[in-house]
Design a protein around this ligand. Sequence first.
Ligand code: NAD
Ligand code: UD1
Length: 340
Amino acid sequence: MKVVVTGGAGYIGSHTVVELLERGHDVHVVDSFCNSERSVIARIAGLVGKPVPFSELDILDSSALTDCLIEVRPDAVIHFAALKSVGESISMPLEYYRANVEGTISLLSAMDAAGCSRLVFSSTATIYGEPEECPVPETASLRPPTPYGRTKLASEWVIRDCVDAPDSKLIAVILRYFNPVGAHPSGLIGELPRGLPNNLAPYITQTAAGLRSHVRVFGADYPTPDGTGVRDFIHVVDLAVAHVAALQVLEGGDGKSLTLNLGTGRPYSVLEMIQAFSDVVGHPVPYEVVERRTGDIVESWADPSRAEALLDWRATRSLREICEDAWRWQRNLSCRALED
Ligand code: NAD
Ligand code: UD1
């Protein structure tokens, strides 16, 4: 298939582009590089041994996006491009609604103009808020606790309404990711957190690399087995593979939207993560328990059985592989920083 990947230079997008190219798909990346580096494109090309065509544009530029899609004529679009910082979304809600909701509308209009009717959309488990039950099924209540989460839920609504419109040819797979972690095993691509990382895994690897003094564990008095928060950490390559499977489902699609959780179904606590990284790094990663982080949920892990059945997919990479790959990427990043 010919696939346009918006946000294809970003963390999850870049890993998906690699998996698509390795399976023989034809890929065209659309990215403004507002939260990624141009060099990622060259690194993907080096990794797969093929050029990676791309257009540098903002998806909010509807006319440029429409021209691009009309020229490329994709069979499908995978839509990653969005802003994702929870804290920023609280201080700049309009920017987030514009980038994420208006960006999705701009994309859907451009797809319509280009006669492209297959879409895979990046959503997030944060729209479940504090889940009523774990593992979390797709039918759980939706109550996103932040503007970021609400922009993703609003984007889901826009997509479903477009699918359901009379005479619409649009078919969509909406993927709700739990906690993406890890990096490509080559060590050539991975997450590029700017400034102080918000998420646990990059904070641990930066601490292990000596860039931070210790990990701050946000609360050890939660009603969980060891008192720390519990999440479903899924290897980014497992996520990427699920996107390729979603495209296959769309190829034989029946004109409906499908909403699927992407997780491992296996919960790990914050302390278990720190221990797993310490084992891989070869020394204890220092940590200190501090106050709970405002807005954090206690625990969340996926019921991924629907995705497993419908995509014929399963997250196979272990916590050990997650830590090894994330640590290899962190060491390469540290070497690059020294060279710069
Ligand atoms: P990322 O920031 O690494 O990648 C996003 C990419 O989109 C970047 O390359 C950025 O430059 C590009 N981009 C952003 N706005 C754009 C615009 N207006 N026009 C063109 N390009 C634009 O983020 P990621 O972690 O790879 O996340 C990808 C998607 O997955 C997002 O939609 C995010 O909401 C969703 N998601 C991420 C996580 C996570 O923890 N990383 C969890 C759940 C869902
Ligand atoms: C966070 C976001 C969520 C977003 C997701 C993307 C918040 C409140 N939630 O979710 O909206 O979709 O990232 O992956 O920001 N932790 C520490 N120390 C740290 C960092 C985290 O103890 O330095 C703990 C947290 O309290 C939590 C767990 O680690 O229990 C995971 O945190 P994180 O990686 O930020 O993910 P989420 O909280 O699930």
